[in-house]
Unconditional design. Structure first.
Length: 192
């Protein structure tokens, strides 16, 4: 259900485009994202940083598309989002803040630092690559083909990459979990 919830603005964008045009699709995606953010705020009294960035960019680029009647703004939004996320992760490394992904996800996953470093590097490269892929699609595809590519291409590549990273991380997570919680093994912990 969580994945469907996250994909809802993209699915609404796609369906609204098929029923109307790029402007109807943009309005549908913006409205859906704002409703989701409102629901999250009402239910949890907080929004994640990623949700704030995603909704903010959608409102800005979607609003520009609607106000200026120029679909290029909404088409650029995925590139800006991907490059912004990649830049944030890269900036965290350069500014000495350490591994940002570890700080964001470290309470949910236990991994050795070299694996965190590689994971973050993989995501940085992926985000930079995907921003470029969207620009190439804008250059080579017409509007209708780009809408299809947004749902099936960009979302599909993101899901494949995420699942691939999950499979690559699985052995490290079980090793790290075993190292982190010896008392869960059924044996008493060795005295220190």
């Amino acid at each position: 259900m969580g994945l469907l919830w996250d994909l809802l603005p993209v699915l609404i964008f796609f369906a609204a485009y098929k029923a109307g045009d790029i402007y109807v699709a943009t309005l549908g995606a913006v409205a859906t994202a704002l409703i989701q953010a409102g629901y999250s705020w009402f239910r949890h009294r907080r929004l994640s940083a990623l949700q704030i960035v995603g909704v903010g960019l959608l409102v800005v680029f979607g609003g520009a598309t609607l106000l200026l009647r120029d679909p290029l703004f909404i088409q650029w939004k995925p590139t800006v989002l991907y490059w912004l996320l990649g830049g944030i992760l890269l900036g965290g490394r350069w500014l000495g803040g350490g591994l940002l992904l570890k700080r964001l996800l470290g309470d949910r996953m236990v991994l050795p630092d070299p694996v965190w470093r590689r994971l973050e590097g993989d995501w940085i490269l992926f985000f930079l690559f995907m921003g470029g892929v969207n620009l190439a699609a804008l250059h080579w595809l017409d509007e209708a083909a780009w809408v299809n590519f947004k749902l099936f291409g960009l979302t599909g590549l993101t899901l494949l990459f995420t699942f691939g990273e999950g499979f690559r991380l699985a052995p490290h997570m079980s090793e790290a979990a075993g190292d982190a919680a010896p008392e869960d093994s059924g044996k008493p912990a060795a005295p220190g």
